[in-house]
Design a protein around this ligand. Sequence first.
Ligand SMILES: [Zn+2]
Length: 606
Amino acid sequence: MARVSGSLPCWDLSNVFPALESEELKRAIARCEAGLNELERYLDEHAISKSARRSDDAAIELALNGYLERVNDLIALYHTVGAYIPSFVATDSFNQTARRMLSEIEPLGVRLQQIDVRFSGWVGAIADALPRVTARGGPAQAHAFYLRETAEQSRYLMSEPEEGLAAELSLSGANAWSKLQGTITSQLTVDFARNGKVEKLSMPALINVMQHDPDPEVRRRAYEVELAAWETVKEPLAAAMNGVKGAVNTLDKRRGRKDPLHAALDHARIDRETLDAMLDAMQDSFPAFRRYLRAKARRLGHASGLPWWDLMAPITQDGRTYAWQEARDFILEHFATFSPRLENLARRAFDQQWIDAEQRPGKRAGAFCMSVPLVKESRILCNYDGSLDQVSTIAHELGHAFHNECIYAAGKTELQSITPMTLAETASILCETIVTDAALAEARTPSEELAILETDLIGKTQVIVDITSRYLFEMEVFRRRAKAELSADELCELMLRFQKETYGDGLDERYLHKFMWTWKPHYYFAGLSFYNFPYAFGLLFGLGLYAIYKQRGAAFVPEYGALLASTGEATVADLAARFGIDVRDRAFWKGSLDLIEARIERYLSL
Ligand SMILES: [Zn+2]
């Protein structure tokens, strides 16, 4: 892994609150509590509940507008506190004060959720008055999409006491299973010999060795040790999977959902036709991905496809490294070719210390961007190592910050800007693509170009091919779980079956990964089934928009900003139609996949 010299920035949130133990933060938390009390009283006073007696339009309008104003303010305050305190935990998990404060504010979030359930039930009960009330202007009209969606989704709520009981029981049911999966997979350790000494490695550390160690022999051994380790905990993990999927099946049935996919599609704001069009196009692209995998296998000396431990392996050491200042300049230069607005936002992020880039003990891995509503800014966490991969990660997170900026600048409220996972990656993928394209254009040697393409294709293979294997696996697990529990061995068999169906002869059949279901946390979130296809959607939709930008140039930019500002105010199909995109048409998805295939062809020619 590349290393950077010189100091890297840490983020600064002192304009939000002066310190963790400041009076200002205490007062903000107290305001949150007071706001919740007041809102709960408000619901009582205006008889806002599922079983409320019908009232006239004027009373409904009054109750709605008052609620929307209050709840938006409260959510903005809660999200700001809920960004500030975790910012200390994310960068220093040893910070006991921050951890204690975080667990103290969590119950506030639960109360907010209960208020939401009550309000949703009421909106369902007054649904037929909504078209008249939202036509009369004011906050109700400004939130027409949110209210319509809430009314539609309220059909899938059980009675208030049933929902309350389900929420409480989830703590000792599905949530407990999910926590068990987290505990087992994070506490399991193995002894691993490397460089003449034996180390105790956690599973994430071992997986990191398996994926990225420069020595192929070390990667292979790590793979074998990993599989053997999962073998020892497969039974409790299978029990956790059965517990979570069983609970989801039961609740879905009681709530009147058609099948386990139903809720996931509604949350993603797409329909089945759209998902099928995308998945079919992805399926059609598998032969190209398999050609890439076989070519990579040959480069690494494997005759019959790539073994699992080489999926993410580096093929060359020729990647360029970027000092922090170079990364900043590179990003700003190429963002400027897109729009001054994007460049300005990125410049603010760099200059006003929105980014925490340094790697240090106790800081969480990976990268994310969070919005801080009260100051209308974002903050970005990453672990910068000087590689191009990290430069494009920063560009990606800056894309999220730009998305937030478009929402703030348009004056949208919290409830107007609830963005589905399918659209959340629109801006980030576009920014990432700008940077990767620029790096490819500037590559000085074929082997540097190859290194860039390799990094890019490793990621794309995960999002298109591996995601499909996870989607098919989850679908089959839900189907079988409805009839009986699945054994650990049955889960392994299914995993292998879907890896073979998707990767095909790109991978060596003897060395697949039957335990991928054990450690991906997404399978164990009861509230987030099928947390896989939205990744593919985000990538392909972002690439599709990028292709339109390439055709239309500057004319595209303001329309794009308007799209980002309204990702919480329409279905995905309606928003896409503004750009002439038909998400139900397989041809649109094929167009995005063609861009990836062109990169594969280039890779094969080098
Ligand atoms: Zn992202």
